[in-house]
Design a protein around this ligand. Structure first.
Ligand SMILES: [Zn+2]
Length: 243
């Protein structure tokens, strides 16, 4: 840290990245954090992980429509409430890439603790249009940070978008949401995933359709095993077997 920045921080501490208040919990966070991320006690106390026996789920689409891989696993250490209810919209719509980096560090820390491993981590790709609007793909930042903590190779362009889709949350019914992502991804011909165990990362698990579509393409391309990781979400079906 430069002397100037150090002095500046003493005079005017950076505010909590999540709620904008004074970062009184800085230095006491029990997780790794990006350099430009700050947090207050109130926000930190709302960051409550799922109990350790409630982090492995089945990635069933909702409403269920006969998924091609009904046993597809989903690892998700946080519920979509408390901290993430405020942090996710800010990460998506207010240009805060450091929240995505922090979410990736959290995901990686919990994956490591729970023994979630693979030979490759890939993010769900973002459409060109949304990448331009937002300036970053939050799933990419999350996957990258998690890969560093878990020491799993990361690749950003194994999965590519074949076309633009609408935001899943903007669509009303399950059938429409499922059709929205059908055929939206493919595995780049520059990569050979044959025989690999691959983790697909998204920020939030909502309907499960996006993760299913991404996993299906990896299986079609020859991956031996695919499972999904999301930082948070609201899922009901627990998977009794960890992966
Ligand atoms: Zn705060």
């Amino acid at each position: 840290m430069s002397l100037l920045k150090h002095t500046w921080d003493k005079i005017l501490p950076n505010n909590c990245t999540i709620c904008g208040k004074t970062p009184d919990a800085d230095g006491r966070i029990p997780y790794p954090v990006p350099e430009d991320f700050h947090i207050c006690f109130k926000c930190l106390s709302s960051l409550v992980p799922q109990p350790s026996d409630r982090r492995f789920f089945l990635c069933l689409s909702e409403p269920y429509k006969g998924d091609p891989y009904p046993s597809l696993g989903l690892y998700m250490p946080f519920p979509y409430k408390g901290f993430f209810e405020t942090a996710v919209p800010k990460m998506k719509f207010r240009s805060c890439p450091q929240i995505a980096e922090f979410a990736g560090m959290l995901l990686g820390t919990f994956m490591h603790k729970d023994g979630v491993n693979a030979s490759l981590i890939v993010p769900v790709p973002l459409s060109e249009k949304r990448l331009k609007e937002r300036g970053y793909n939050q799933a990419q930042l999350i996957a990258y940070e998690a890969s560093g903590i878990c020491n799993i190779p990361f690749s950003n362009d194994v999965l590519v978008r074949t076309r633009d889709t609408q935001r899943q949350t903007e669509l009303e019914t399950g059938m429409v949401r499922s059709a929205n992502v059908e055929g939206a991804f493919k595995v780049s011909s520059a990569y050979d995933v044959t025989g690999l165990k691959v983790i697909v990362v998204d920020d939030v698990a909502t309907t499960g359709f996006t993760l299913h579509e991404a996993a299906s393409e990896l299986y079609k391309a020859g991956a031996a095993e695919v499972f999904c990781c999301a930082v948070c979400g609201n899922r009901a079906v627990l998977n009794a077997e960890s992966f």
